[in-house]
Design a protein around this ligand. Structure first.
Ligand code: DX5
Ligand code: ZN
Length: 215
């Protein structure tokens, strides 16, 4: 069965508690939280105070996607706020290995995200330390963009490397994922799909979440 992480970025920010209930009832596996700082990406969203409040209203695991410059400055804040998984961008942190070790030292899962133009080779020497690799299939910063088709080859290659080396790493795919291309992306080797606009933009959010789960 597909695993799904609805991205709160496309939810109604004035009604977060209700929005989260809907995806929870629909069987979502994680809540994907897009943290943006206006520097690493052009957009600004929310930070630890909001996440800390949300932690009180739901039991669903928090998948925190940090699109911030030098995320190593804030790891502890996001752990304290309630993150179950923290993903940093390979391109945003100066000492990637150190940042991964810090995340893991708090006993939560560590992920690394790769922008569309960033090669898989850039994480060659940290793969063995990771719980998750997030393949960006749009350029980070905004919801509602189109899936970049050439990323399918990247997902397949990552899957092959993980299988060949018998690594225990979740392959997460983020950006432009919709009900109508999700099956194909899963077939490329994804384990966990992020979907923002296609879930929170749906007429019936709970039902749309369930549709993803049933793929
Ligand atoms: C983009 C974010 C995504 C975004 C996906 O920078 O990382 O998680 O919310 O939105 P959709 O599913 O609309 O492409
Ligand atoms: Zn994201």
């Amino acid at each position: 069965m597909a695993k799904i992480a609805p991205s709160l970025l496309s939810a109604d920010f004035g009604n977060l508690q209700d929005e989260i209930k809907k995806i929870e009832n629909g069987g979502a596996d994680y809540l994907h939280l897009d943290v943006m700082d206006g520097i690493y990406v052009p957009n600004i969203t929310f930070g630890p105070p909001v996440i800390r409040k949300l932690r009180k209203v739901t039991k669903i695991p928090f998948d925190v996607h940090l699109m911030i410059d030098k995320p190593e400055r804030h790891i502890k804040d996001f752990v304290d706020a309630g993150a179950d998984l923290i993903t940093v961008h390979q391109e945003a942190t100066t000492h990637l290995h150190r940042t991964i070790q810090e995340i893991k030292s708090y006993g939560i899962m560590a992920g690394v995200s790769l922008n569309p133009a960033t090669p898989l080779e850039s994480i060659e020497y940290v793969l063995g330390d990771l719980d998750l690799v997030l393949i960006m299939t749009v350029n980070p910063g905004f919801g509602g963009q189109s899936f970049i088709e050439s990323m399918k080859g990247k997902i397949k290659r990552l899957r092959r490397i993980i299988d060949e080396r018998e690594l225990n790493i979740i392959v997460e795919v983020d950006g432009g994922v919709k009900l109508d291309n999700a099956k194909e992306i899963l077939n490329c080797g994804a384990d966990l799909l992020v979907a923002g606009s296609d879930i929170f933009g749906a007429e019936d959010i709970e039902h749309r979440t369930r549709q993803f789960k049933q793929l």
